[in-house]
Design a protein. Sequence first.
Lengths: 163, 163
Amino acid sequence: MGGRRVTGRTVSALHSAADLKRFHSLLQSYMDKKGLRSTDQRRLIVDLFFHANGHVSIEELLADVRVRDARIGYATVYRTLKLLAECGIAYERSFGDGVARYELADEFSHHHDHLICIECGGITEFQEPRIEQLQDEIAKRHRFDLRRHKHELYGVCAKCSKR
Amino acid sequence: MGGRRVTGRTVSALHSAADLKRFHSLLQSYMDKKGLRSTDQRRLIVDLFFHANGHVSIEELLADVRVRDARIGYATVYRTLKLLAECGIAYERSFGDGVARYELADEFSHHHDHLICIECGGITEFQEPRIEQLQDEIAKRHRFDLRRHKHELYGVCAKCSKR
DNA sequence: CTAAGTGCAAAAAGTTTGCATTCCG
DNA sequence: CGGAATGCAAACTTTTTGCACTTAG
């Protein structure tokens, strides 16, 4: 119910082995279908993305990737993330700071929305099924085919209020 | 209750005269306090912003503004919108298409969230008090001082589904 | 082999800023 | 007058693309 703290890149994501399996097989079948190739770079980037904490920017992921292989370029990470977004494995987000961020799709992680602290920039996740239900209602009301949503609460977190 | 269609720039916003009055007086007092000046350009931009449909980009507002005064530059609109955002009269948003958009703060308009069509880009507004209430609950649960939120539903609108 | 992928560097697209000039108060 | 605002153009930032070279299949 509550959210777990995932500010920045301090907490490692906890996805199950089963998620990883489905993730790989979906990606593989998409790549097969499109005639795309599996390269060292792509495997590394995709792997680190899966294990990264949610909400990584291209720059951040590139830094991670370069620890393992310093030759990899920005454009490759950029194109690989686009690829993941294309086949529905990743969502492209932007929290208003002008840089694109990517996170694992709900089906490989767990669906969640965000509380964002306007003081420290910390991001906490939350889940609220009753809101999801109301969203479906709204979509129905508008005869709108709802595919995804973005729900962000901005304010000051407990820690920052105290200071 | 339902939302009204405000796609792009086709429907004119309907704010009350009282809103306009409060809007001007808040802006005026902010400018007085900061020693800022009232210029022809600023008055024109601010005025057109108030009467514009929600969600205007700098580029769009600039186009409107230039109908009245062709000499006005991008930077002036940019700086004026920043000013409005600074003093809380406007919100800066971004719907992921890489351009910043501005809309009137809730207190001068009416609070609403957005349904965004991923086919045609159309934006429809919606309101749902029960969601607002649940948000407050979530914030409380996290001892989070909620200041504002962003709730966007992405999908395919009725019109586009039909095609 | 050959079409796809990579890395680089250049091009775009949008946002910010420096500065000479204009103009509000 | 003096400092703030404007308009222009240049600087930035981030994203996207073209291209020659490499490589998976």
